[in-house]
Ligand binder design. Structure first.
Ligand code: IMP
Ligand code: MG
Length: 183
């Protein structure tokens, strides 16, 4: 797995430090509010698990399964599983791994609005610096990165590499052959 990485762009330590800052912002903004965190799985699982443990507020946790990527190509956003809790009147914070075209968070926000939450905000670990077809922006963001395909810390290439503790760029040959089995 490690040998497929060309370059580490965010170390585990850098991610942890930024998570502490984001958590402090979120804790201040959501104090005293009825908070429901909606994690978009699978990509945001690792980020959300670390971030939420740094937020000392009462909150409800839910998740939505979305798929929008086949390999590196962006496809239509598909909802694979829905909320299990009632978010009506609650302040919803949607957590995702990365904001690329913005289509995923736009589609999810649109879907969640039907459940009549008091508010919807979005928090992403990464945002790619690209020209966007949508006008939506994340409300909270860990890092801006160049327009490169990254894996690790929840981000995958065809479901592989999610469990790398850092974020890196794949070697071109790893994309062609798929991940090597030996770690
Ligand atoms: P968007 O809908 O174009 O904003 O894409 C967001 C989704 O695409 C994220 O939830 C990721 O699952 C996936 N994605 C976008 N860029 C990358 C990447 O560089 N590596 C892995 N997944 C990505
Ligand atoms: Mg994803």
């Amino acid at each position: 797995m490690e040998q497929d990485i060309d370059q580490v762009i965010l170390t585990a330590a850098a991610i942890a430090a930024r998570n502490r800052e984001l958590a402090a912002d979120l804790a201040a903004d959501y104090a005293g509010r009825k908070l429901t965190v909606v994690v978009l799985s699978n990509g945001a699982l690792f980020f959300a698990a670390d971030l939420l443990r740094l937020i000392p507020l009462p909150l409800q946790l839910d998740s939505i399964g979305v798929a929008s990527y086949i390999g590196e190509k962006s496809e239509a956003v598909e909802l694979r599983s829905d909320l299990k809790t009632d978010v009506q009147g609650r302040h919803v914070l949607v957590i995702d791994d990365i904001f690329d075209t913005g289509r995923t968070l736009q589609a999810v926000s649109q879907h969640l609005r039907k459940s009549k939450p008091a508010s919807i905000r979005t928090c992403v670990l990464l945002q790619k610096e690209v020209a966007r077809e949508t006008s939506v922006q994340p409300d909270y963001r860990g890092f801006a990165i160049e327009n490169v395909f990254v894996v690790g810390y929840g981000l995958d290439y065809n479901e592989h590499y999610r469990n790398l503790p850092y974020i890196g760029v794949l070697k071109p040959e790893a994309k062609r052959t798929g991940p090597r089995r030996k770690q």
